[in-house]
Ligand binder design. Structure first.
Ligand SMILES: Cc1cc2nc3c(=O)[nH]c(=O)nc-3n(C[C@H](O)[C@H](O)[C@H](O)COP(=O)(O)OP(=O)(O)OC[C@H]3O[C@@H](n4cnc5c(N)ncnc54)[C@H](O)[C@@H]3O)c2cc1C
Length: 410
């Protein structure tokens, strides 16, 4: 399917496709079975991405990326999503990708030098610590309970977070904390850069979870107990933490959509290959109309998702408001991808469950997408709020109300 991507975007995507076909997928197939990725394999993948000139396309050149920009990186992100290893190779992997974007937007020059550049280079890793155990921040982020108080020229952070992706491996944690108790949380929270080895940072555990798969990324519970950071570790403006978090989460939700739509596409590619070869009931399975129709529906829904993602990305790139379109993309793509992977598992029979193919890793990976960065219901809430903004009461003008004496008398 062809899309209205710029020629630069297409060129980068072609190189990304070559990387995926010639390097990433062969390594993925060799490693079938889903063992955790070794640092040696990560280095090999990243070296290859540099050779193919597709390493960190979204990051400006001055910080070590390619300077392609957010919108023109979109098709390359889709390519990367075709394997769990693709995003690692091209350094478009969550959560570092979103954190790098946040540092680029909100960081000062020293913060960029200290954290952004090593992150882009892949020398360090990061976590984003916002969600808290009950009754702290979750779907409703204004329930945040972690605090940061100013003491001289330091901030003192106290709190309890969990589900911090990569929190065990991270060298730096970006922590959202309440800095003004009297203000509404949306105006009274700030972000802090907290070195993972600072006194008082206790990584309690990697929460056992579905979908570790071959990436083996942790989701950590972390206590922040009187953690002191210098005032220069405030990221962005004081009390503007939610604004900055949204600056991170908006594009990050969309880059999730890009990667996951690549995963949906690959799942359908695998399903079609299997159905085309496998014989049963006097023909190949690809000739069974019930399966053909389900593949057709999945292709259609994926095309709609990819088109909507481009529309939302165009809006963000043009500096326009994109909250509702992003929420629409997030809910729709998460469900479309989950359905496509489930269909592919079904089409491949036992091999859908087996680990020779990547489908079962995809299946485990995709489930989180309907929860992370805002559950389906939370995004539907955003969409519904906008949908009910302009209710046209005139539409019901012809209806008679109970006891109304003036209507329908003729
Ligand atoms: C794999 C994974 C990685 C994550 N990584 C990070 C990370 O790096 N950093 C971070 O800070 N957080 C992270 N999270 C946390 C994630 O952002 C939260 O799980 C999410 O925002 C939901 O919050 P909660 O788990 O507290 O669910 P709750 O707030 O307890 O909600 C439970 C469920 O209730 C439903 N629900 C909630 N609100 C409504 C409503 N208004 N109407 C109807 N139904 C509703 C939804 O179905 C929701 O799933 C991660 C989560 C997962 C699963």
């Amino acid at each position: 399917m062809e899309y209205a991507d710029s020629s630069q975007a297409q060129r980068v995507a072609e190189r990304a496709h070559a990387l995926m076909e010639e390097v990433v997928l062969p390594i993925e197939r060799e490693r079938a079975g889903g063992m955790a990725l070794s640092s040696g394999t990560i280095a090999e993948l990243r070296e290859a991405a540099r050779e193919y000139d597709v390493y960190a396309p979204q990051i400006p050149e001055e910080y070590g990326g390619m300077g392609v920009g957010f919108r023109d990186s979109l098709p390359a992100f889709e390519e990367a999503g075709r394997s769990l290893l693709g995003q690692v190779a091209m350094r478009v992997d969550a959560p570092d990708e979103g954190n790098m974007h946040l540092l680029e937007l909100a960081g000062d020059e020293l913060q960029k030098e200290t954290y952004l550049e090593p992150l882009v280079a892949g020398d360090i890793r990061s976590g984003f610590s916002m969600t808290e155990p009950m009754q702290g921040a979750g779907s409703d982020p204004k329930m945040i309970r972690t605090t940061a108080e100013k003491d001289g020229d330091e901030w003192v952070i106290d709190g309890h977070k969990w589900w911090t992706t990569q929190g065990v491996e991270a060298d730096v944690l970006i922590v959202l904390a309440r800095t003004d108790e009297d203000a509404h949380p949306y105006q009274g929270c700030s972000l802090f850069l907290v070195p993972a080895d600072a006194d008082g940072v206790e990584v309690v555990r990697d929460i056992p979870h579905m979908g570790g798969g071959s990436l083996g990324v942790s989701h950590a519970e972390i206590r922040y107990d009187g953690v002191r950071v210098p005032e220069e570790h405030l990221l962005g403006e004081r009390n503007q933490g939610f604004v900055h978090a949204q600056e991170r989460l908006g594009p990050a939700r969309l880059t999730h959509c890009m990667r996951y739509s690549g995963m949906a596409q690959r799942s359908l590619e695998i399903a079609k290959a299997y159905l085309s070869e496998r014989q049963g009931f006097d023909s190949t399975l690809s000739e069974k109309q019930s399966l053909r129709h389900r593949i057709a529906d999945a292709e259609t829904r994926l095309h709609v998702a990819r088109t909507a993602i481009r529309d939302a990305a165009d809006r963000i790139a043009a500096g326009k408001e994109a909250r509702v379109p992003v929420s629409m993309c997030k809910v729709f793509t998460a469900n479309v991808t989950q359905e496509a992977i489930d269909l592919a598992v079904q089409c491949c029979g036992a091999n859908g469950i087996g680990k020779d193919l990547p489908l079962s890793d995809f299946y485990e990976s995709v489930r989180q997408f309907r929860i992370v960065d805002g559950a389906d219901e939370v995004h539907r809430r955003v969409i519904a709020r906008a949908a009910f903004e302009d209710v046209n009461e005139e539409e019901l003008e012809p209806l008679t109300r109970f006891g109304d004496p003036n209507r329908r008398t003729e």
